[in-house]
Design a protein. Structure first.
Lengths: 678, 169
């Protein structure tokens, strides 16, 4: 099959499945809270699955089609009130979403497997009609048989449902200009939502204008006319449908069959295909390529600037210099805009990961028989697509841990006087050019004493060292492989694997993890990540003739090294920086470069989380935008570097992994050092 | 091949002609490291570069000389001294970096050599497998190539044949 077509299908299907997942989570929440399920959201879910079914048969993905088909039947029964939602049904629905995800991955990698029959059986099990056979009180109203005739089964169900609930049925006859009817209807739907339910709208032939259409909107409401008027505006005529005195035994048997669901789905497909037209999906490698080109353009610009300066220094073309400078500045500005534009395209909202996590929360909570409420905020915060991909595993581990070990079971929570439902907060926000993600639970907190004793018995630290650990160092033990405060090993976590992955993955992205915990109150994990990986602003420094780049986001200041302000504490050199003492790290020592240490030297102060380190260098070469390129696998074991970058003139500089190095400085045992020369 | 100083890049032909089916022949690129002659399968060679500035990577193993950028990709350059256990040599006009991609999915590696010689087409009977020689070589030695003198115009001393996959492991 045509690759492009397939990719288009996959992307489209992925979007539908994501929306599906989102809507199901909201419905599940409502179900848990014993609220009535939002009927239009349920209908939306049904339509999504229906569209997916249509698309998958159109593009030839029979397995996805099969799943969509059985799910659609179940959802249809749900929206028609034949089956009442329960936890098992939601489980199956979420299983369906998982299955879609898996099939989509398998399809995109060209594999083909998965046992679908198990799922079909599960659907079968929960699909038995469990709703009482309601009387059909439609007959209690005098509804134009012409209208009744065109109601779909679903619309009829909603009509009955509302009538049963004692709602008043109204007919709103209103005229819309043809050219804006789509958007007008959307607005009406939004406005109507809080005050009434739109059962259906039918075009009427009554309009005497060519550029307008009269709609008959059938509404069900428990509000009075004035409220409706307030919401819908003062157009059209609004009349209550009279209740009939004689209940009709049934709806007119002669009416034509309602339009089949198929014909409606065609509309849905058409609509979703049209939606695709305003967005373009791009392979991220193409963007990387563009980004590289922009990076190279920036290098060219740098060269032009250097040439201009050289000319000026020689006194050549003095009269042209201001003009060249102006052109160069404008060039720089446009280049930056171009760069920002490309970066912007790479940015995706965190919602994609958060939605997936919400499903995990639900699943893990059920497996653990715990009650967990997930509160999400800041899902619209945008972050580089590549970071998103690397982020889902660490977040998954943290969340599983929080539910598994953090949030207590209902009995314990009751004993502790906490609400029986635990709360997990997922919060994200942008802070400068970094993105912060907080994962907070109101569980039992981390037992530090237990953590230390585990670490000692696992041989990670000695009893002696255990006594000297700071709070931060103690909590860092969580990230050591093979240490868990859990006595029992569960299927999900408690084996002490996972949290070390969190640390590794986050540092690889140039991010940091901080833990805050209070016994009995809860734990918060704070991840701070760069918003993008592609281009960073770097401070270029010289160390014994070697050139290195430091991500500017971690640099707080650069100052001249003043020997008078260096003190040696326990044979470690510390710098007095205003009111604080910060450890110094001599990069020439760290990297074993021969250096004569003559002349002026500099301290680059780096801040990572709450830690500060002063890196001592021989020279500062200014700031530059750099494109970070990954080091090869052959250098994967070498610590301290986030990558390398091409500075032009065939100069390649290593980019320091500042969070990693800061960590190293704080971890390193004190080593004797000669006093610093100024 | 002996003089390529006119250009910094000496790309090899992209599509190498398939070896003639009537003969079981493999092509090898021969090079010098110190005074010894080596050869690696031509199929793993991507490109031959003139020496360019190499950025030293602190804390890397001693066989790694550093990194270079080749059209946007970072390539790790290895020192043949440690990889092949030969004596050190200063960089000369003849020094080259051979870009090797051991296998389809592998990363491209650079191998700094003292001189690139020529391509040899060796028939199966011109190769002595390492197992047949019996000496205790490293894994990266596949065998010894003995170009048959009668079939060639110039005298061709034996070559140590290298397995690129094992070499960079």
């Amino acid at each position: 099959m045509d690759e492009n077509l397939r990719d288009e299908f996959l992307a489209e299907a992925q979007e539908i499945v994501e929306a599906l997942s989102r809507d199901l989570l909201i419905l599940d929440r409502a179900h848990k809270d014993d609220d009535e399920l939002e009927h239009d959201r349920l209908n939306e879910v049904f339509r999504g699955v229906h569209t997916l079914k249509g698309l998958s048969s159109m593009f030839g993905f029979p397995q996805i089609g099969t799943i969509a088909h059985v799910l659609e039947d179940l959802l249809d029964d749900l929206r028609l009130g034949k089956v009442i939602a329960n936890a098992d049904i939601f489980d199956v629905l979420f299983d369906g979403v998982e299955l879609f995800q898996r099939l989509l991955v398998e399809t995109s990698t060209g594999e083909d497997a998965s046992d679908l029959s198990l799922f079909a059986e599960a659907i079968e099990r929960v699909s038995t009609p469990n709703a009482p056979d309601a009387a059909r009180p439609t007959g209690a109203y005098d509804i134009d048989t012409n209208i009744l005739a065109v109601l779909t089964e679903y619309e009829e169900h909603r009509l009955n449902h509302n009538a049963e609930a004692g709602a008043t049925l109204m007919r709103w006859t209103v005229e819309f200009p043809l050219e804006s009817i789509d958007t007008d209807l959307d607005i009406v739907r939004e406005r109507a939502k809080p005050v009434c339910e739109i059962i259906t709208y039918l075009p009427s032939m009554e309009s005497d204008r060519d550029d307008a259409i009269v709609l008959e909107v059938l509404l069900a409401t428990t509000n009075d006319v004035a409220t409706l008027r307030g919401a819908l505006g003062d157009t059209g005529t609004l009349e209550e449908l009279p209740r009939s005195t004689v209940a009709r035994e049934s709806i007119n048997p002669d009416r034509p069959a309602p339009p089949s669901k198929e014909s409606r789905s065609d509309i849905a497909i058409e609509r979703s295909v049209r939606a695709v037209a305003d967005t373009v999906r791009v392979d991220i490698r193409k963007l990387d390529n563009l980004m590289n080109l922009v990076g190279e353009l920036a290098l060219v610009r740098g060269a032009v600037t250097r040439m201009t300066e050289a000319l000026r220094a020689r006194g050549v073309g003095r009269d042209l210099a201001p003009e060249i400078l102006r052109i160069n500045r404008s060039f720089e500005r446009r280049l930056r805009e171009l760069q920002d534009g490309i970066l912007d395209v790479r940015m995706v909202p965190l919602r994609h990961v958060f939605d997936r996590l919400a499903r995990v929360v639900r699943q893990v909570a059920r497996e653990n028989k715990k009650e967990v409420h997930l509160a999400v905020s800041g899902a619209e915060t945008e972050i580089d697509k590549l970071i998103i991909e690397e982020l889902s595993d660490p977040l998954l581990h943290i969340i599983r841990n929080a539910i598994d070990h953090g949030i207590e079971d209902v009995r314990r929570r009751e004993l502790a006087g906490k609400p029986t439902t635990g709360t997990l907060v997922l919060n994200a926000y942008q802070k400068g050019n970094r993105v912060v993600i907080e994962i907070e639970d109101d569980g039992a907190g981390i037992d530090k004493a237990k953590l230390i004793s585990r670490a000692v018995s696992a041989g990670r630290i000695t009893a002696q060292e255990a006594n000297e650990l700071s709070e931060e160092e103690t909590l860092a033990l969580v990230f050591q492989p093979g240490i868990s405060t859990q006595n029992s090993v569960t299927e999900i976590s408690g084996r002490g694997v996972g949290m070390d992955v969190v640390k590794t993955n986050i540092s690889r992205l140039g991010g940091i993890v901080e833990i805050h915990t209070e016994l009995g109150i809860g734990t918060t994990f704070t991840l701070t990540l760069p918003a993008t990986l592609a281009i960073i602003r770097a401070l270029v420094v010289r160390v014994a003739g070697h050139i290195y780049a430091l991500p500017i986001t971690t640099v707080s200041e650069a100052i001249v090294l003043d020997a008078n302000r260096v003190r040696t504490i326990e044979s470690r050199d510390m710098l007095d920086l205003r009111d604080a003492t910060i450890p110094l790290c001599y990069l020439d020592d760290l990297f074993e470069h021969e250096s004569d240490r003559s002349g002026r030297r500099y301290v680059v102060v780096v801040v990572v989380g709450t830690k500060r380190v002063g890196f001592v260098v021989d020279g500062l070469d200014g700031q530059q935008d750099v494109v970070i390129r990954a080091l090869g696998k052959s250098l994967a074991n070498v610590r301290g570097f986030a990558g390398a970058t091409d500075l032009g003139d065939q100069r390649v500089a290593l980019v320091l992994d500042t969070p990693g190095l800061v960590e190293e400085v704080f971890r390193a045992s004190p080593t004797p050092r000669l006093e610093a020369s100024a | 091949m002996s003089d390529a100083s006119s250009s910094s890049l000496v790309p090899l032909s992209e599509s190498k002609p398939a070896p003639p089916p009537e003969e079981d022949v493999t092509e090898y690129l021969a090079f010098m490291a110190a005074t010894e002659r080596f050869a690696i399968p031509l199929s793993s060679v991507r490109e031959i570069l003139l020496v360019l500035p190499i950025t030293n990577v602190p804390r890397s193993p001693r066989e790694i000389l550093g990194i270079i950028v080749v059209r946007g990709t970072i390539v790790t350059v290895f020192d043949s001294r440690f990889l092949l256990k030969v004596d050190a040599n200063e960089s000369t006009r003849q020094t080259r970096i051979i870009l090797v991609k051991p296998d389809g999915d592998d990363e491209v590696m650079g191998l700094m050599v003292d001189q690139v010689l020529q391509v040899y087409r060796l028939a199966a009977e011109e190769v002595e497998p390492a197992t047949a020689i019996g000496a205790d070589f490293g894994d990266h030695v596949m065998g010894v190539g003995r170009p048959n003198e009668q079939r060639r115009a110039t005298p061709s001393p034996p070559l140590t044949l290298l397995d690129p996959k094992a070499l960079f492991r």
